[in-house]
Design a protein. Structure first.
Length: 250
């Protein structure tokens, strides 16, 4: 099974989705798509048409089963699309840590393969709210114990890189691994950097349970070749690499 995770860089705003975004997804041929930093704009006439075209394109590539989180305030959302039917999972994020946490967390179960998928984006807590990142990681690690002994994948933008200091919750990745989750992170490349010349960061990650084996994990920037704006995107176009993970049952 191929899972594709991508941060669309909507930055909590209703933005257009260029046609080449769907082309980039189709080129990877995923069985499951997990989009984060996505904002559903179908409730706004000015943005509805391109979002509907995007969903039609997902249908055309077989990703016909979809769920999306409910937007809260000016938060980002998460969208999951799959080739097989998906059911709502039993996990939900609390709203007492941060208002932005629930719409950035989506737990689904693939009805045919029985795999649990958690698509997630760790909110970019900064300054006075930085302590909430630790609270969010602690909650996430505890909550995922419910699916720890099932075929399950956690995937998305963790806003944390292996090797980060405790201040930035790098130890939380180690705590996840200590509970039995296996980290899947490309050994080469990077998934994000602030600007040209900035440090390259591997913050888009996946974890899977021992009931699954990761056969391939890679970052892809192939979409840069699809449109001249993609290599130097304005706000609203992806500034993250695609994270592509192939898993099979053990």
């Amino acid at each position: 099974m191929r899972i594709l995770s991508w941060n669309l860089n909507h930055r909590a705003a209703r933005r257009p989705i260029p046609a080449w975004i769907a082309d980039a997804i189709a080129a990877q041929a995923p069985d499951v798509l997990a989009l984060n930093e996505y904002v559903d704009a179908r409730d706004k006439a000015a943005r509805r048409a391109d979002h509907e075209r995007f969903l039609d394109a997902l249908d055309a590539m077989g990703l016909t089963h979809r769920q999306v989180t409910t937007r809260v305030g000016r938060s980002n959302q998460v969208l999951v699309a799959a080739r097989e039917p998906i059911e709502a999972g039993g996990l939900a994020a609390p709203d007492d840590i941060a208002e932005s946490l629930p719409p950035n967390f989506l737990h689904v179960r693939l009805a045919e393969t029985g795999m649990d998928l958690v698509a997630f984006r760790m909110p970019a807590y900064e300054y006075r709210s930085r302590h909430k990142k630790r609270l969010s990681w602690d909650w996430l690690i505890d909550a995922l114990a419910a699916v720890r002994h099932r075929p399950a994948v956690l995937i998305g933008d963790m806003n944390t890189e292996p090797g980060d200091s405790e201040q930035y919750c790098g130890d939380s990745l180690e705590k996840m691994a200590a509970t039995g989750w296996r980290l899947a992170v490309p050994s080469r490349g990077y998934s994000w950097r602030l600007r040209e010349g900035s440090p390259e960061r591997r913050i888009d990650l996946a974890f899977h349970t021992p009931e699954l084996r990761c056969e391939r994990v890679a970052y892809s920037w192939d979409f840069h070749a699809l449109d001249e704006r993609a290599a130097k995107p304005p706000v609203g176009l992806p500034d993250h690499a695609m994270l592509v993970v192939d898993v099979v049952p053990t």
